[in-house]
Design a protein around this ligand. Structure first.
Ligand code: BEZ
Length: 307
């Protein structure tokens, strides 16, 4: 029995008439009748009641029909899945820290997908530290993070240095009084930092900013992630220092202020496996610099092409 027999049988069973089934299958009626006869002979059963008009399935025919329909549906799924697998020439897994979602990451991903429709792209939220492990394990191909972690097997490209800003609860006196904030004015506040683990993390960049200036916040509150930090700011639990792109996340209960010191920055770093020169990674980097130019976003100089 071949798939062709199933298709012919299903057509006859559904049309209940050989002439209409032959038209639907774009074949002549005599060969169709022969094929059905062959099928009944090879199975050693009768699928249609003899001399019934319109054609009626026997009980065995009904049983065979329901299985034949399922089998044909499965083969059609197999066809489309195989075509899709064949068309996906490449795949790329991207690790990212949550705060990059407030920056250009969504635009980068959309643009990359538009320009590379046959690349299967997957996204995984993870800390910069976890990105290094995942790159080495082959679970991701590129990571976007904020921490400069030294590793001989990892290539880092600092894409840009993003300014840090302060998130105040709405109506906070410091948010109302001065146009810009200085870190020294914030030491009497509860400083909410994230992520608590793994360390080092963006939390350490913020704490180092105070320490480097000989300042010590009155109280530090460590939380798991940026959304929790902002939620607690909104609740009046303290203030938080966040990358400036978070400003785009408009919250009515949080007001953002620039800091007076241009050296207060957090880098956005692209990490890849050392010597991974794959076409997708090159295209991703090209696309990022193109977007920076289009959006007139200041960035660090492009790395020299390595040969
Ligand atoms: C950016 O905002 O510059 C950025 C975010 C994620 C990946 C790369 C760049």
């Amino acid at each position: 029995m071949e798939l062709r027999h199933l298709r012919y049988f299903v057509a006859v069973a559904e049309e209940r008439n050989f002439t209409r089934a032959a038209q639907r299958l774009h074949i002549a009626q005599p060969p169709l009748s022969r094929q059905i006869q062959q099928l009944e002979e090879s199975l050693g059963v009768q699928l249609f009641e003899r001399n019934s008009r319109p054609l009626k399935l026997t009980e065995t025919g009904k049983f065979f029909y329901s299985h034949a329909v399922q089998l044909l549906a499965q083969t059609s799924e197999l066809e489309s899945m195989t075509r899709r697998v064949g068309n996906i020439e490449r795949s790329m897994s991207v690790g990212f820290v949550a705060s990059t979602l407030y920056g250009l990451l969504p635009k980068i991903i959309r643009r990359f997908r538009d320009e590379n429709p046959t690349v299967e792209l997957s996204l995984h939220e993870m800390s910069t530290t976890d990105q290094i492990r995942a790159l080495k394990d082959g679970r991701i191909d590129v990571g976007f993070g904020r921490i400069r972690l030294e590793d001989a097997n990892i290539r880092r490209v600092v894409l840009r240095e993003e300014k840090m800003i302060v998130a105040f609860p709405l109506g906070h006196p410091l948010a109302l009084s001065k146009p810009v904030s200085a870190l020294r004015d914030l030491v009497n506040e509860t400083l909410i930092v994230y992520p608590k683990t793994p360390r080092p993390s963006y939390a350490d960049q913020v704490l180092a900013a105070f320490q480097d200036r000989g300042l010590k916040p009155r109280k530090v509150y460590e939380v798991r992630e940026i959304q929790i930090a902002l939620g607690l700011v909104a609740a009046g639990e303290g203030i938080s220092i966040v990358p400036s792109s978070v400003h785009g996340l408009k919250r009515e209960d949080v007001s953002y202020k620039d800091l007076d010191d241009p050296t207060l920055v957090s880098p956005i770093i692209m990490s890849t496996r050392m010597l991974d020169e794959s076409r997708d990674i090159r295209e991703m980097l090209e696309l990022i610099y193109r977007l920076y130019e289009e959006e007139k976003i200041q960035h660090t100089p492009r790395p020299e092409e390595e040969h």
